[in-house]
Design a protein around this ligand. Structure first.
Ligand code: F6P
Length: 319
């Protein structure tokens, strides 16, 4: 393989730039030309492709977002659109592709591989919802952003003796809410992977108040319900005055953490190796601090497993 491409797709995540840098530098190290595809699959279909050199990826390892831009393209499910992408790649002489993103991006990579363009998936999303890896690139940075927000909200919650509901991103997954809740000392964590009982939550809050606890933090994953809805329920059922904070897209930005930069560098470099070994249709990941790769079809078929022991631990520590 002498020419490869790289694209970022779906919701951006801190550390995507560090992956692009690793892909470009690793490929050039092996005398392989690298082409950046700008604007995800939409840019691929329209042929927005430019060669990248060592300097193109200078000064980006510490930057959030993605220098290659990103987009969501639901139409990429259609074979006709996929074949347009294949045409563009063939026209540019690109023989293999590194796709950085979440499960939607992986589905595109799987389809292109089936059409004869070997692709490697690199997990880049703050949601940590991809199978085949314990951690996705961007999760650690987003987690630290959420914890910073929880710490600040706790200050004002303490001063005013209030109950706060903090809504956290994660799409259908509860990882971000769970890890942030545990690390931020939240009294209650509500995630899609475990049923919740609003009456039980209100009882816990009341018991805490009776013991002299003046404020509480409840973390709710967006995949369960909106923070506003949970706040309303707590007010109606428990009679508590609540305040709601929806963290939103602030969770997607910012300079990647050291962990995300290292993970991005390791997985980006491994993705290039797999292409050079002619092993398209794989997705890279990290398992017990070892870089691994799995069949992308299998990764897409399996669900990421959340560690519910963390939820149990959080319940024990926040009594
Ligand atoms: O997948 C990343 C993510 O930030 C999710 O947590 C969230 O549900 C979604 O993307 C938001 O997407 P958009 O930026 O397109 O509104």
């Amino acid at each position: 393989m002498k020419k490869i491409g790289v694209l970022t797709s779906g919701g951006d995540a801190p550390g995507m730039n560090a992956v692009v840098r690793a892909v470009v530098r690793k490929a050039i190290y092996h005398d392989v030309e690298v082409y950046g595809i700008y604007g995800g699959y939409a840019g691929l279909v329209s042929g927005n492709i430019q060669q990248l050199n060592l300097g193109s990826v200078g000064d980006i390892i510490h930057r959030g977002g993605t220098m290659l831009l990103s987009a969501r393209l639901p139409e990429f499910k259609e074979e006709e659109v996929q074949l347009q992408a294949v045409e563009q790649l063939k026209k540019a002489g690109i023989e293999g592709l590194v796709v950085i993103g979440g499960d939607g991006s992986y589905r595109g990579a799987k389809a292109l591989t089936a059409h004869g363009i070997p692709c490697i998936g690199v997990p880049g999303t703050i949601d940590n919802d991809i199978s085949g890896t314990q951690f996705t690139i961007g999760f650690d940075t987003a987690l630290n952003t959420v914890i910073d927000a929880i710490d600040k909200i706790r200050d004002t919650a303490t001063s005013h003796e209030r109950t706060f509901i903090i809504e956290v991103m994660g799409r259908d997954a509860g990882d971000l809410a769970l890890w942030a809740g545990l690390a931020g000392g939240a009294e209650t964590i509500i995630i899609p992977e475990e049923n919740y009982d609003i009456h039980e939550i209100c009882d816990r809050l009341k018991k805490g108040q009776e013991r002299g606890k003046k404020h509480s933090i409840i973390i709710v994953a967006e995949g369960v319900a909106s923070g506003t809805e949970i706040g309303k329920q707590i007010k109606e059922i428990g009679g508590m005055d609540t305040r709601v904070s929806i963290l939103g897209h602030i969770q997607r930005g910012g300079s990647p953490s050291a962990y995300d930069r290292v993970l991005a560098s390791r997985l980006g470099a491994r993705a290039v190796e797999l292409l050079l070994e002619n092993r398209g249709g794989r997705a890279v990941g990290i398992l017990n601090n070892v870089v691994v790769d799995s069949d992308i079809t299998k990764v897409l078929a399996e669900s990421h497993i959340i560690d519910l022991d963390l939820l149990r631990l959080s319940k024990q520590l926040s009594i």
